[in-house]
Design a protein around this ligand. Sequence first.
Ligand SMILES: [Zn+2]
Length: 118
Amino acid sequence: MSMADAPICQECDVQMNPYSGREGDWEVAGYSCDTCGWSDDTDRMWVGEGPEPTPPKLSHAPSAEDLARRFHETYERLAPSFGYKTREASAKPWEEVPLDNRNLMIAVAGEIIEWWTP
Ligand SMILES: [Zn+2]
């Protein structure tokens, strides 16, 4: 891909710059906006050990708890690579997050799912 193909940032109206880097066990490449920091991955390659992980299949439509849990786990996993330290009480496996905190996240996820469901 040449520079001419670089997309324009919808926020800032400037051409985005190609980048590549490491995100956990993934090699990612794409375009990022120097102005607002928005980035768009176009390429993602598994470089970790073993086979590329596939998302576990659910036997049911994702529930509010599935979404809340997945959000929590992904958020905690990515936080360090963004230099962000999450609160100690919530930086735990899903089952160990305080119940009121979990219930709040499930309620939020439930409203989001409902908002998007036709
Ligand atoms: Zn931008």
